[in-house]
Design a protein. Sequence first.
Length: 239
Amino acid sequence: MLSLCVHAFGLHQYVPPQSPHRKHKVHLRRSRWNPVFRPSRDSLLRQNAEIDRLELPRIQNQAELDRLVASGDLVSLPEGETLRIDPRLDPDRRYCRPWTRDFLQDLSGAYFNEFHDQIQVNSAVRTVQVQKKLRRHNRNAAPEKGETASSHLAGITIDIQRRGMTREQIAWMQAYMMPLRDQGLIEPEEERRQWVFHVAVSGSYADWRESRALAGAQAGRQLADGPQPEAVAANSTEQ
């Protein structure tokens, strides 16, 4: 009898009913981090090599930053219809190099035309003092000195918020920056913890931008002037 009861108990164990809330519980998965522009030591070395090529100083303190702003070596971020600034960013650090500003204007304008939305800048120029403080609570931040120092210290770099962008918008940003990266005009990284596009802009961007503008203006003049006489004569002969 005892043996039969034991077997019966094994066959008919009590299973508590599931909570009605448990049936509908949704397990959220974090999206896989698979960046096109993966951060690396080599990327930091390239950013610092460009700073050295341009012979730019790593800005030590607020006094140095103020002098660079007064001289026009640093300019205000192009805040407006196509670009906003994180309100938490200190007004004293809403500056960058002129060619970095050019890049932001071009990028934000193209992004606005595509999505009718703004991009947001979360960070721009920093001083060595600011970087030291940042390192105290963010060990992933680049150092304030050495061959892998943060390129924010020279004012060539901005952080563009990636959080809140759709997959389509992120893919568009990656596609926009890829040819510029391949030409050595920018050095982008997709940071994981801060969830931003960290973009260092080469001083060559200004020359590249000007050459494109001249080429566009020349093409526009040719269209406005109509076909050249040689072309008209050739067409007449063929007819």
